[in-house]
Design a protein around this ligand. Sequence first.
Ligand SMILES: Nc1ncnc2c1ncn2[C@@H]1O[C@H](COP(=O)(O)OP(=O)(O)OP(=O)(O)O)[C@@H](O)[C@H]1O
Ligand SMILES: [Mg+2]
Length: 317
Amino acid sequence: MSDGTGEARPVEARGLVKRYGEIVAVNDVDLTVERGDVFGYLGPNGAGKTTSLRMLLGLIRPTAGEARLFGRDPLTDGARALDGVAGFVEGPRFYPYMSGRKNLRLLADLDGGHPPGRIDEVLEIVELRNRAKDRVGGYSHGMRQRLGIAASLLREPQLLLLDEPATGLDPAGMRDMRELIKRLASNGITILLSSHILAEVEELCNRVAIIRRGTIIYQGRLDALLESAASGFRIRVSDPDRALDLLNDHPGIGSVSRADGHVRFQSDEASLGAATVALGRAGIGITELVPQTTSLEELFLTMTGGETSDADSAATA
Ligand SMILES: Nc1ncnc2c1ncn2[C@@H]1O[C@H](COP(=O)(O)OP(=O)(O)OP(=O)(O)O)[C@@H](O)[C@H]1O
Ligand SMILES: [Mg+2]
């Protein structure tokens, strides 16, 4: 590819650490975002999402570790590292007494100008064209968030870093934001968004990282995480020892274990059917089969320790 960003990954962070005195805001975080990902960075309040994004954008210096955007280090390569990258942390900032369009024009000028028509284009994309001449001070929170995305789009980014773009929006605002993010992704923009709203991440993202108290506790495909959340089963059988052996050797069955008279395992629907037939053929009777469903919500709460407030206040509570 000769798009100036080469073959390097949009985001590759290794061993990122950020300490503020005694507080370890981000602790040894590795993040990999591939081209075309809509990557969800999920974690409760105070987990370290914003701090991570600040390091990725080169706004603060990591205590240790390094971040690369398309192979470039925002600390050593300066503004050049942010070629093709845009976004905001903790909400975009605008002059409230100026119109949306005027704010964008100002940003475009600061950036050394943009092709004529680009401002209208980005206003159109975020559906703010008919409010563009109104003062930003009179915008709703959702409109301001969308204007923030419009500002990011001015730079025609290939990677967008968005810190909780839908937080604080009402249901309609959230839906609009989700639709907007989907449109951007379908236009080939790689997106890394932080969120503590599971449903949002579930609807938008193909890959996720879950951060808890500065540490990544899961990173990978969202569907794999969902499967692990919903595919557990527990059976009671006439011969648990043989069932254990049989299930261990059965294709599509994993994590087989024995617990108080039951055998537990993970399986998809198809393998489950085949396995029960195999057990029957082997003369092992099934007297109970119970799905061990965990919703992603529960899984998230379990993984993040059910924290609903800042780690700090939780720690001192
Ligand atoms: N400049 C700073 N000085 C001191 N502590 C900080 C600073 N910035 C962040 N922290 C601390 O680092 C931790 C992580 O904060 P961060 O803002 O990254 O969390 P977050 O995941 O973005 O949370 P939220 O969902 O509330 O936005 C918190 O304990 C916070 O208090
Ligand atoms: Mg934050």
